[in-house]
Design a protein around this ligand. Structure first.
Ligand SMILES: [Zn+2]
Length: 217
């Protein structure tokens, strides 16, 4: 990367700053592996990525996702319920806020809005929000994701799963309320699914073959 930056800037021994490395990594991938993150976007339409990701997590964790209809605070915001696959019991609810807009937080993140906890006579299920900023759909086409964004999405959604799949009695111990050194562990494990060929085929489609756009069951 330093050699590439040196060639571009003329500095003999340039420093690679935190704001440089992603750019130069993309240059290296293009040069050495003919892999271009921007060009690969066409293979990852956002709706296919989302439905494929839900299919993977549903299978791995034995749960079902159900979209709840209704208007929310902005276009591209959706509400989902998670149900136990075997019993149908409601486990949790989460919002997905997909597209950038003025005044919105700019990074991908998963927030717990209301924690799970035991309450008199029952259980309060958790409420989470998955905030991402996909490139918005344009001129009737759907949004497309770069592979790095698919990876980030799987990671952040891992946090949502960590927050949601809990039966702890106390809010202070439920979901992702764990020691700081463990809070990233589930997400970091779950995001690795993206690079499994079986999963890649679920979250991608060939733009030249419209049949591959169909949603997984
Ligand atoms: Zn994380």
């Amino acid at each position: 990367m330093a050699a590439l930056k040196s060639k571009e800037t003329g500095e003999p021994h340039p420093t690679i700053y935190s704001w440089d490395w992603r750019y130069y990594l993309n240059q290296l991938r293009k040069r050495d592996f003919a892999l271009d993150d921007e060009a690969s976007r066409v293979y990852f339409p956002a709706d296919k990525v989302m439905s494929g990701m839900f299919a993977v997590y549903a299978k791995v964790l034995g749960i079902e996702f159900k979209k709840v209809d209704g208007a929310l605070w902005a276009p591209g915001v959706e509400l989902y319920e998670i149900h136990d696959g075997a019993s149908g019991r409601l486990i949790g609810t989460f919002y997905v806020d997909l597209f950038p807009r003025e005044g919105k937080y700019g990074h991908a993140r998963a927030s717990g809005s209301a924690p799970a906890r035991g309450v008199p006579g029952g259980y309060q299920v958790p409420l989470s929000v998955l905030v991402v900023n996909f490139e918005p759909p344009q001129g009737g086409s759907v949004a497309h994701l770069a592979l790095a964004e698919v990876d980030t999405l799987f990671h952040e959604f891992g946090h949502i799963m960590h927050q949601q799949l809990t039966e702890a009695r106390y809010a202070s111990l439920s979901g992702a309320n764990v020691d700081t050194d463990f809070v990233e562990a589930p997400s970091q494990m779950l995001e690795n699914f993206v690079f499994e060929p079986e999963v890649l085929s679920l979250v991608s489609s060939d733009p030249k073959n419209p049949a591959s756009r169909s949603r997984p069951t």
